[in-house]
Write a protein that binds this ligand. Structure first.
Ligand code: NDP
Length: 291
């Protein structure tokens, strides 16, 4: 049985964050300006609050300007759109992130598409999705970007490889597939209606799981020697009466079969925030260029 390499996303993300911090310090020294990120959260979803706190902290550590808006759960769509407009017009703000999910009274697509596409650091705006799909300069969603960085670090060129992405959401599955296509992989997108998913997965040199179902992808679904990226974050009961986080892949079963796999936690998760700050830096540079 071959050894399976555990891909250390935490260490990779720390290196990326340190590099972003260096670039921000250079910008400050040269231009007297730093990138600014505004994070907006509506309501008190505990998981979202943890993510937002983490994003704000990392933004400050990187030396960026950080603004954090916490709105009550009953905020109207009109009030949220007014805030987005204000941030669009604020020259100190280069990136805007509205934390999802939003409460039921708010149309998520309307809010995302109200963000200036050049400040859409989540890359969810329909203009950025279109730019990515047509090979133009885009802001690309952070989680798939993080997955791609890990894959390229591990494999170098991805050209010609068979890649299977399980999941077709707008925030992970679809942009992941676009990025892999851009790297000249042969891409299959699988979803809940896919027939014989184990056989589809077994054909993959690169298998990306973005489903949201704990340990659904079994060891014998994995092609020997494949590189597996586990995006899933699922909380399940643990032996000690507490809970623990697991991915969409049965990691223990994958050991000895896959060539490499991202653990959960410590794999893809930390890359998402690092890529968010990287997108903010990119947005800042592009806005400076435009003047
Ligand atoms: P969604 O719920 O939006 O999408 C899930 C996808 O999985 C859908 O396309 C769905 O298919 C597919 N699916 C569901 N059940 C099956 C099944 N039995 N067989 C095959 N496909 C199935 O989830 P997200 O894309 O937002 O997130 C996916 C996972 O990634 C979650 O666990 C989430 O927590 C995690 N995540 C992690 C991040 C990180 O930073 N690490 C960031 C974002 C998400 P269909 O379209 O047919 O319904």
């Amino acid at each position: 049985m071959a050894d399976t390499h555990l891909i250390d996303g935490k260490a990779f993300a720390e290196r990326l964050l340190a590099e972003i911090g260096r670039q921000v310090a250079d910008l400050k020294a040269q231009h007297g300006r730093v990138p600014g990120l505004a994070v907006v959260i509506v309501g008190e979803d505990p998981a979202s609050q943890v993510y937002v706190k983490n994003k704000v902290e990392k933004t400050k550590i990187a030396g960026m300007h950080s603004v954090h808006h916490v709105l009550p759960a009953d905020t109207s769509q009109a009030d949220l759109l007014a805030l987005v407009e204000k941030l669009n017009a604020d020259p100190q703000i280069n990136g805007i992130l509205v934390q999802l999910p939003l409460p039921d009274q708010i149309d998520e697509a309307a809010v995302i598409n109200a963000i200036d596409p050049d400040k859409d650091v989540d890359g969810f705006h329909v203009v950025n999705a279109g730019r990515l799909a047509t090979g133009q300069e885009a802001l690309v969603p952070c989680t798939p970007t993080g997955c791609l960085l890990l894959l390229k670090d591990r494999l170098g060129s991805l050209s010609g490889k068979s890649a299977v992405v399980v999941g077709r959401s707008n925030i992970v599955g679809k942009p992941m597939a676009q990025l892999l296509l851009r790297e000249s992989c042969t891409v299959t997108i699988a979803h809940s209606r896919t027939r014989d998913l184990p056989a589809v997965c077994r054909a993959a040199d690169i298998l990306v799981a973005a489903v949201g179902k704990a340990q659904m992808i079994k060891g014998d679904w994995i092609k020997p020697g494949a590189v597996v990226i586990d995006v899933g974050i699922n909380r399940i009961p643990a032996a000690n009466g507490k809970t623990k986080l697991v991915g969409d892949v049965a990691t223990q079963e994958a050991m000895g079969i896959a060539a490499a796999i991202t653990p959960v936690p410590g794999g893809v998760g930390p890359m998402t925030i690092a890529c968010l700050l990287d997108n903010t830096l990119t947005a800042f540079r592009r806005q400076m260029k435009k003047g």
